[in-house]
Design a protein around this ligand. Structure first.
Ligand code: CA
Length: 135
């Protein structure tokens, strides 16, 4: 066994910001199965509080339309923090808001998923962005 292969199992956190309970539940379920420890914020204000106090996670899933503070604002908060600037952020958007995807990508989103999404699609996008995500 080479020294390179001996790495301590690393706890990977994912931050999910989503106000629709069923989608938040589904995201928590999918990401937990991928080995993430999942933190959920159900509105923009709660997300700001979490972002202020948690270390940079391995992944952020960020809904665009949220109570109090929207996903664009949160994305710019995230990108403004030096230690969070490289964190992969996948935006969640509704079909009717598909045109807003350009705005999200311009603002620094890594990728996006249109709701309703297929779990397999979500998993594929997460694996593309997060190295070492288990299958
Ligand atoms: Ca929403």
């Amino acid at each position: 066994m080479s020294a390179d292969s001996v790495t301590a199992p690393e706890t990977r956190h994912a931050l999910v910001v989503e106000d629709e309970e069923q989608i938040a539940y589904l995201l928590r379920f999918i990401l937990s199965r991928e080995g993430f420890v999942v933190e959920v914020a159900n509105d923009g204000r709660a997300a700001q509080e979490l972002i202020a106090k948690m270390p940079p996670p391995a992944l952020v899933m960020l809904d665009v339309m949220l109570p109090f503070v929207d996903g664009y604002r949160l994305l710019s908060d995230i990108r403004a923090r030096e230690d969070w600037s490289g964190v992969p952020v996948i935006m969640l958007t509704a079909k009717s808001q598909e045109k807003d995807i350009v705005r999200a990508l311009d603002a620094g989103a890594s990728d996006y998923v249109v709701k309703p999404f297929k779990p397999e699609e979500l998993r594929a996008r997460v694996k593309r962005l997060v190295k070492g995500a288990v299958s």
